[in-house]
Design a protein around this ligand. Sequence first.
Ligand SMILES: Cc1cc2nc3c(=O)[nH]c(=O)nc-3n(C[C@H](O)[C@H](O)[C@H](O)COP(=O)(O)OP(=O)(O)OC[C@H]3O[C@@H](n4cnc5c(N)ncnc54)[C@H](O)[C@@H]3O)c2cc1C
Length: 394
Amino acid sequence: MVYRTQVGIIGAGPAGMFLAHLLKNLDIECVILESKSREYVESRVRAGLLEQNTIDIMKGLGLADRLLQEGQVHDGVNLSFEGERLRIPFRELTGGRQIMIYGQREVIKDLTDDWLARQGSLFFASEATRIEGIETSHPTIHFIREGENHTVECEFVAACDGFHGIGRTSLQSGSYSRFSVEYPFSWLGILAEVPPSTDELIYSNHPRGFALHSLRSEKISRLYLQVENDTNLADWPDDRIWEELSQRLATDGWSLQSGPVIEKGLTPMRSHMINHMQSGRLFLAGDAAHIVPPTGGKGMNLAIADVWHLANAVGAFYKKGTDIDLERYSTVALRRVWRAQEFSSFMTDLLHKRDDPGSFNYHLQRSRFRYLRISRHYAASIAENYVGLPLDSL
Ligand SMILES: Cc1cc2nc3c(=O)[nH]c(=O)nc-3n(C[C@H](O)[C@H](O)[C@H](O)COP(=O)(O)OP(=O)(O)OC[C@H]3O[C@@H](n4cnc5c(N)ncnc54)[C@H](O)[C@@H]3O)c2cc1C
């Protein structure tokens, strides 16, 4: 079967779903292809921190009802070094900007429900296998659904297909360079059925390694531990995880509540980048073009910022007949991505155990925390990056 549309979108993660809604708001048609089932996509436990920009986009699209009811507003974050906690107050340091905690899968459910309720085209279990004609004005996406071959003929292709998708490898060869950094540690993350022991996130640098206490809801906590790269989850029974978290997050007069672990997983810490996110009529957005270590909570927010720029550029093409914004898409989007890479790298270096106490790195980390204790400017710099710089500011 042949489907015809203006924009063919590969991937129904945050980048693909937000792009579809933003385009629909501009009266631009699209078809979304997603290789996994709806159940699979809506059950993936991933990000949970929404920057101010993401909150504003959801409100602007009229998709924030459940977010505003169930999401938790956070006005600050705690950074801890060897048991001493410092709070960074966002609202005060950024002129009122804040973050919200609301799971990525809830965001995806809200966007998908609304999209399907409005009869939007979205094919699950439909794997894009090839993109052709990106140098022409009518590229084609080939895909397979239930063993049958189909095509989407469109005017633009948006590859929102994550790190393992076909978008990046379909860019014209030689049109971009790659950068990658692999960290010598990973995160062991758990989702636990226990009310959070904190109202705001706690990032902790401890001699035993990094720990993070994050939240999902009033009843569900999300916690992470720095572990070795070759870690086997079988070596980490729940009791061991809770014991380690208690030690690494400890501070005077506070204790960590434990509870049943309902999900456990490992996330490698890495950065990947390409320095050009488009070729002809093919545009990449989100993890398809860049991965940041999760320490700054930027991955999902970057994907959404990318497609905000892309939707506006496609909108300008159809409404004003200009392709200047399309030509500038990669340059403009990458400014934010590089800022996020730098900030995520800074947070990773600040908070993780690299060497033993007494080493050069350890002294640098300790010095940064001491400086943070006295410098409003240093704290403000962390705060404004953490809540996200305004969308068109970079
Ligand atoms: C375990 C984990 C924890 C994370 N924690 C955080 C966090 O705390 N904070 C944060 O900000 N970020 C976090 N991230 C990162 C964040 O989840 C991603 O940055 C975000 O999902 C990127 O969205 P995306 O739409 O670009 O890509 P994805 O969410 O990966 O979506 C891509 C979609 O494309 C589909 N697809 C792939 N190939 C094809 C194909 N050939 N045809 C059709 N469909 C295809 C995939 O199935 C997928 O649904 C985490 C990621 C992981 C893996």
